[in-house]
Design a protein around this ligand. Structure first.
Ligand code: PAP
Length: 353
């Protein structure tokens, strides 16, 4: 069946359904009853499944895609925790892979680029969300590839992802900016999806994040799983950082293109294709499009504007005390000690702002 596209129907049934425990399949209810649980940020509960925190929607989606999703060698899977820059990288990947159909440097004269009328999340589906709705969603092909995304940790991905030759790109971000971004986003969702529920105070959100108790967390195990795979198999997993892409977007876009076996030709570079993609996908460009100012996501009542807040490195300083920042730095140091994880470098960059 075709990928869902009518936002009004899906968002109503999808969210409401997953807030009602009675409506879950019996098998899922039994599993949920057997798992450790905590209060969810949006849903009433969150479950610890094999070491990771998932809401009922994501648990259903994870189990279904483990069972039914078949990765293909030509697939591209963008893997990330929430609020690490997924929307941005989705737009970059889409523009990169479809650049022959939609020439980014000449969009204004010749054609309407899909990114000008659709939110990146509509163009690149998150597999666990689609599998939460149905057993066999049909994902779109773009120039001979399927560009997909997931917030699932590597350990919960369907086996075929690891067994096939599909390529994985992992994106991470400085934790201090991530938790601030996550807190803002969740409060917007609480307000629009939970009938104006009160905002969660930042100290509470921060403590839960530090304990790893947020969707798809804890961040350390999520990151380390992909980090280790990227070291062992660099042609399979490319490990990227938001701050580094911000610093040298052209370098990283070319790196991504080479990793995906679709490098830019000299001619393309001279014609301004790299710059065209970066301009099209910049925060300023995407956040000012009508679809991203007033449109809604497929699954949620929350508007697309929630995916575009500031897009800056170092905004954590406006929300976090020194004591909080030190606490999170210590957790990062402790969790990544001895792993060779280059998190420290990300941290220093963000500290410099
Ligand atoms: P998601 O996991 O829910 O998809 P995600 O896109 O990963 O969210 O993260 C949103 C963050 O990326 C926001 O960060 P902020 O809250 O600190 O501002 C958002 O502003 C930022 N972002 C979105 N688009 C871009 C872009 N084109 N360039 C840079 N940052 C962006």
């Amino acid at each position: 069946m075709a990928a869902p596209s009518d936002d009004s129907n899906i968002s109503k049934t999808f969210e409401n359904k997953f807030l009602q425990k009675d409506s879950y399949a019996e098998e899922l209810r039994e599993l949920m009853d057997s798992l450790p649980k905590e209060k969810g940020w949006i849903t009433p509960d969150m479950y610890n499944y094999k070491g990771f925190w998932l809401g009922s929607i994501h648990l259903q989606g994870a189990l279904r895609c483990q069972k039914h999703f078949q990765a293909q060698d030509y697939d591209i899977m963008l893997c990330s925790l929430q609020k690490t820059g997924t929307t941005w990288l989705k737009s970059l990947l889409f523009a990169l892979i479809t650049r022959k159909q939609y020439f980014p440097a000449a969009i204004s004269q010749q054609q309407i680029h899909p990114l000008l009328t659709k939110n990146p999340h509509e163009l690149i589906p998150g597999i666990e969300f689609y599998y939460a709705i149905e057993n066999s969603p049909d994902f779109p092909m773009n120039n001979g590839r399927r560009i997909l995304s997931t917030h699932l940790p590597g350990a919960l991905l369907p086996k075929s992802v690891w067994e096939s030759k599909c390529k994985l790109i992992y994106l991470c971000r400085n934790q201090k900016d991530t938790v601030v971004s996550f807190w803002h986003f969740m409060n917007k969702r609480r307000s629009s999806e939970l009938g104006g529920a009160e905002a969660m105070p930042f100290p509470e959100a921060f403590d839960r994040y530090c304990r790893g108790e947020f969707q798809f967390g804890p961040f350390w195990d999520h990151m380390l799983g992909y980090w280790k795979e990227s070291l062992e198999n660099p042609s399979k997993v490319l490990f990227l950082k938001y701050e580094e892409i911000k610093e040298e977007p052209d370098v990283h876009l070319k790196r991504i293109a080479a990793f995906l076996d679709c490098p830019f030709s000299e001619e393309e570079k001279e014609c301004g294709v790299v710059d065209g993609i970066l301009r099209l996908c910049s925060f300023e460009s995407l956040s000012n499009l009508e679809v991203n100012k007033t449109g809604k996501t497929i699954f949620r009542q929350t508007g697309n504007h929630a995916f575009f807040r500031k897009g800056k490195v170092g905004d954590w300083r406006n929300h976090m005390s020194d004591e909080m920042a030190n606490k999170l730095d210590q957790i990062v140091d402790e969790k990544f000690k001895g792993t060779g994880q280059p998190e420290r470098r990300v941290k220093e960059q963000a500290t410099r702002g």
